[in-house]
Design a protein around this ligand. Sequence first.
Ligand code: ADP
Ligand code: ZN
Length: 627
Amino acid sequence: MKFSWRVLVLWTLPALVIGFFFWQGAFSGTPDMSKNTATTRMTYGRFLEYLDADRVSNVDLYEGGRTAIVEAVDPELENRVQRVRVDLPSSSPELISKLKEKGVSFDAHPMRNDGAIWGLLGNLIFPILLITGLFFLFRRSSNMPGGPGQAMNFGKSKARFQMEAKTGVKFDDVAGIEEAKEELQEVVTFLKLPEKFTAVGARIPKGVLLVGPPGTGKTLLAKAIAGEAGVPFFSISGSEFVEMFVGVGASRVRDLFKKAKDNAPCIIFIDEIDAVGRQRGAGIGGGNDEREQTLNQLLTEMDGFEGNTGIIIIAATNRPDVLDAALLRPGRFDRQVTVDAPDVKGRLEVLKVHARNKKLDSGVSLEVIARRTPGFTGADLANLLNEAAILTARRRKEAITNLEIDNAVDRVVAGMEGTPLVDSKSKRLIAYHEIGHAIAGTLLKDHDPVQKVTLIPRGQAQGLTWFTPNEEQGLITRGQLKARITGALGGRAAEDVIFGSAEVTTGAGGDLQQVSGMARQMVTRFGMSDLGPISLESQQGEVFLGRDWMTRSEYSEAIASRVDAQVRVIVEECYQTARRFILENRIVMDRLVDLLIEKETIDGEEFRQIVAEYTSVPEKPQYMPSI
Ligand code: ADP
Ligand code: ZN
């Protein structure tokens, strides 16, 4: 198997193609941007931690520095190299200097290539490269643990799309997104029994657009359709169409459709279609020719085959709003299916799917985990159980217990654990800060209950107060928002009251950012201020450069300054409430701080009991058992 692949790779491809890709592989170490090699995503914060811990060996920047493929080693897994994908903030000049400082090798890959020069270079050094390439191929395939797999990736580069004859994924493997599943069940019938539809003159749709945030299972769903219908699965990521030489994207589209036609009925899956399908003519400085050519080719191909040839194209995106209208026209991606992060019931289903092959202690309740993880996507939950399993193995236990799950949740949410500070003034300050959050959170009736307070650092945070969300975060009342703002200000209020205004620290920076964000939204989006029930902002998230530049903000300067004033009123009121909690509960705070410094962690139940000895604690709807 190993050998035949190599032969196939080496001798059946046109020489130039080989040379070109080896050139990439050997010199720039270009990882394949396909989901194949970097399905796992890492948050930017986590990436920085890895960087600090010298666990990053190589970084490749894409899309003008907005995405990176990072190679990190995991000492816990015998230094296995892992390739993960990181979305970077739009500008991070410090990152480059940090990479330099850490001595990490990095490289940037242009979005639009200066084709001619690179092409020429590629041709000139081709002979040397071929040899180096061969060398690398053999070396890699014999040394790497996953040898043949690595070598095969070069081969696959030829087409840059993957074909799986049998995905082996079934609808049973996809959980928690029932509506989407139901919608797509029909697609399986289109593929299996097209006659049923064509007989009555129905046109079988060609394209389905899956809309939803990363990690919610869009790829999995597309694979499940192929798996259920027993048809081959072709996949490519939109970003792979556009990062190459001019003209290559379009020819890739042609190749892909040709291959698909030969293998019909089949599924074509295009991930991140927004990378290629953005509105044409938008963007500063005109469009991107390469991308537009590719998009045009895609449209042409979609129009070129009859609806009943048995090819169904499934595309995924998180930004349907930036897509070119032509893509959404009837006969193209005219069906849209939303795939959202699962609710508590959905999370339980996802956990059940991923717990199938894991050994869980009888004390572990998946339901409790589901409740503790609002906002987690399917991928997060899968990751969570996997982290717990790794921890279990490391601790040489027989089965995953609540402790490992608990640690894994903390780790997935807040990053890796650090070493606690030694007792010092700053440790006391952090303790007061955290207890400040927890006291405010406990005494506010509308605030989620405290789950635990800890001084064990995680990620960027030196201490953390965890709250247990009581119910699904559906509708949030004004009272709850104000409670959250007050709770978030509790940390700074404690620093201020106890240490004096000259001693307050930068540690509250993150809290304050959240506070401003929440207060501003109360005014401009939810009509919860004296300005009255008006909405001043469209719900647009990220700026789509070029288009949004042309739309001015929707309100006048005069309104803007009233907004600012209202934001200040809300924040000020909440801050005074938080200060009052601290002033009135100084004695119990001192006791809690001593306890926290001694024990590092206080759990919510104990915290409430101690507070209740001094003052009355409001009853909150049903506390979650802490796990
Ligand atoms: P997306 O394509 O939406 O970014 P993926 O389909 O690639 O997400 O999900 C990544 C992994 O997360 C999947 O391989 C699967 O293990 C897990 N996962 C995500 N969503 C679900 C789900 N709804 N049910 C089961 N597993 C899921
Ligand atoms: Zn804080």
